[in-house]
Design a binder for this molecule. Structure first.
Ligand SMILES: [Zn+2]
Length: 289
């Protein structure tokens, strides 16, 4: 078998594993609806107080600052068959549009992840009330529905992609990713197969998830990948050390539990917030300035 065949086989195996895992988790939780589209939420990071071990050696010596990193997963019209898990992570295009419009009206400034990094690392000046937008997992719906709305408001966002399913049904294609880049979006890594990194015991597999995904994105897109998002928000000292070794500059850690307070001491465990699913909740979370 050629190395290309092996790569294709591994991609397929990865997807089978992911879909199988979703099927199992939904069956286990009593959900009967197992159609693929309704399973998107299974990739979502589930907030758990025990899920992330605070990194040793991190101290709050830098002054903390409030810069929200918003995490979106599913932006598309709602289906009557959508499970509760999906609804908890989804915005309709209308709601997403209203949220984006509100940000500008309420005095927020959407900034690229890179400017946020430069601020943390080099104290680059930021506009008032900065906010960072991110999209997880590389669902094609994000390209179809969210991307045109981002462009409408001249906002930039970072898309965290796990590479195995790129080009497969329901996921972004390489061409989509090129178009996102051409429009000023950022592409970050979300591993190869979206595993629980802290559960991987084989160092070579762990390295491949972290560094291999970076290499694939960089080679195919001609970019340098600086940003990483931990699948399920889970990390430990080992994963973070490997991220540094691979050359990532920042990583988005767990969310919900940590909120929007950032510090330069926390570059590999940046806090984030799940995007509220309604405009009302969004306004409450981000009051007007
Ligand atoms: Zn994810």
């Amino acid at each position: 078998m050629s190395s290309r065949h092996i790569k294709v086989l591994f991609s397929i195996l990865g997807i089978v594993t992911v879909v199988g895992g979703i099927f199992f988790s939904l069956r286990a939780s009593g959900e009967e609806d197992v159609s693929f589209r309704n399973n998107e939420a299974s990739f979502a990071e589930v907030p758990s107080p025990a899920s992330s071990t605070p990194l040793s050696g991190i101290t709050a010596t830098s002054s903390p600052m409030k810069i929200p990193i918003l995490v979106y997963h599913i932006v598309r019209p709602a289906f009557p068959t959508d499970s509760r898990a999906v609804r908890a992570l989804a915005q309709t295009p209308e709601v997403f549009d209203a949220q984006m419009q509100y940000l500008a009206e309420a005095g927020y400034h959407v900034i690229p992840f890179r400017l946020f990094e430069d601020h943390l690392l080099k104290n680059a000046p930021l506009p008032s009330n900065p906010i960072v937008l991110t999209f997880d997992d590389g669902w094609s719906d994000q390209f179809t529905y969210a991307f045109p709305i981002l462009e409408k408001y001249h906002y930039t966002a970072t898309f965290f992609i796990f590479t195995n399913p790129i080009g497969h049904h329901g996921f972004l294609t390489w061409e989509d990713l090129q178009k996102l880049l051409a429009a000023g979006m950022t592409i970050g890594s979300h591993t190869l197969s979206h595993p629980f990194l802290t559960k991987i015991t084989n160092p070579a597999i762990l390295w491949n998830e972290i560094d291999g995904s970076k290499q694939i994105l960089e080679k195919r897109l001609g970019i340098t990948v600086r940003e990483f998002a931990y699948p399920f928000g889970q990390y430990n000292a080992t994963t973070t050390a490997l991220l540094k070794q691979a050359g990532y500059v920042v990583a988005r850690g767990d969310y919900v539990m940590r909120g929007n307070v950032q510090s330069a001491d926390n570059l590999y465990a940046l806090s984030a917030l799940n995007a509220p699913t309604s405009l009302e909740l969004f306004k409450r979370t981000f009051p007007a300035h």
